[in-house]
Design a protein around this ligand. Structure first.
Ligand SMILES: [Zn+2]
Length: 103
């Protein structure tokens, strides 16, 4: 397992919401795959934007962009970027206004 997230090498860590330290204890975190980062000190998991959105959608399938924003704190621009990058799959049909689209 690489320390640095594959595919994220050329992205801005701040823009990606990548945790620089454990939010619980301040320890160093290492990439654990699928947007998850494990603390080397306390072992707790923190998430980047992808991990947060992915996690939320696992528990809330069919959520809208607005619901994902409210549930994760990830910005609309970041969510749309994840969709544009095909990291988050959007359902084939579109309903309502843009922000009410189901992911
Ligand atoms: Zn920790």
């Amino acid at each position: 397992m690489a320390d640095i997230a594959e595919g994220l090498l050329f992205k801005d860590p701040e823009e990606e919401g990548i945790p620089v330290a454990c939010p619980y204890c301040g320890g160093r975190v290492k990439y654990a795959g699928l947007g998850e980062y494990e603390c080397e000190k306390c072992g707790r998991i923190s998430y980047d934007n992808y991990g947060k959105v992915r996690n939320f959608l696992e528990n809330h399938p069919g959520a809208t962009i607005n619901q994902v924003m409210a549930g994760t704190g990830v910005s609309k621009a970041s969510i749309k970027q994840l969709i544009a990058d095909d990291r988050i799959q959007r359902r084939p049909y579109v309903k309502g206004t843009d922000d009410d689209d189901i992911i």
